[in-house]
Design a protein around this ligand. Sequence first.
Ligand code: CMC
Length: 392
Amino acid sequence: GDVFTYDPGFTSTASCESTITYIDGDEGVLLYRGYSIDDLAEKSHFLEVCYLLLYGDLPTAEQLEDFEVRVTRHTMLHEQMQYFFRGFRRDAHPMAIMVGVVGAMSAFYHDSTDIGDPWQREVAAIRMIAKMPTIAAWAYKYSVGQPFVYPRNDLDYASNFLRMCFAVPAEDYEVNPILARAMDRIMTLHADHEQNASTSTVRLAGSSGANPFACISAGIACLWGPAHGGANQACLEMLREIGTVDRIPEFIRRAKDKDDPFRLMGFGHRVYKNFDPRAKVMKQSADEVLGLLGIENNETLQVAKELERIALEDEYFVSKKLYPNVDFYSGIILEAMGFPTSMFTPIFALSRTVGWISQWKEMIADPSQKIGRPRQLYVGPTRRGYVEVENR
Ligand code: CMC
């Protein structure tokens, strides 16, 4: 038969050509369309980064304004979608709600599901970027039994999201600009990361011609796992479980023990064999935010810093080139903002949506892309005769 290259986990297979994101894992470099993540996190803001990822260049002031108007015009969810939310149990994980509601968008917005029509593709992209914060915020509101808060289009993207999560209709709510800036930065840092598992899932789903809402729903499902986006929730829960600095060595020992399935969450990366550049910004941001909020003595942050220090000096982590990744410090910031851990991965999902949709658009426009169809090395039984049930 045919001979195939065996590459479990696709560690050495390029599945596409792309012009969106560049990673140099040895050097710890991450560029969106050629711009460094450090510059973008410091000088830009999320919607500008969305424009960059979607269209390839930083916008002019006029292009940015037009884009912001287009996005904010689509932030509302179809009123009927409320019934969809209400069908879930209150204790449903918000990621479960996200997978369901985003998949259902193809039923609510079927006028933007024809992938052969560039205009419909564009509308679908804008709709998803615009509505994802509303969906994530409503998943949260539903879980805490509070009324849904509608989007406010005079606010920037991050402030609007925070308000939809934390405002209660009968009370005044002022978005804290420090928190809005930190949220915006978290979104920028998560916006794209080339062919990671969830992005590859979106591309694979899209390669069959499935509609973009269905593809993004598949991406959200993939992101949920603790080896991927679910690591931010798992990491903060781990830091809480460690609790105090004196318990760190015990967890380091467990992470090194091959008979113990425990791994240090927020550590290690398939591509980065150096500090994850996003983790550097995130750490700085955590310090800044907690300082500005006057909670720099936060116990979780102390445990995280000490854990990082010990791990980076430990032979096991050094020799395997295991460094903190993007998920290591993000949870500390999100916790300080008042989010429960179950909302961490939905926030990753809403931030990554622009990356997924940019990659999907690139794939649809690429004539060399075919349906994704890996082969296998068959190692099962050879042909054998059928035996009737009474003779087995
Ligand atoms: N703690 C302890 N040991 C680890 C860890 C860890 N966090 N990560 C990797 N190792 C060890 C692993 O046991 C293996 O050892 P050996 O060679 O002796 O068998 C070696 O390092 C290589 O690991 P691998 O699992 O073969 O590497 P991978 O590229 O398949 O996995 C990873 C990458 C991110 C899934 C993994 O490092 C991991 O599980 N980390 C914890 C979860 C996490 O933080 N995920 C977030 C990734 S960042 C962005 C995102 O959210 O997607």
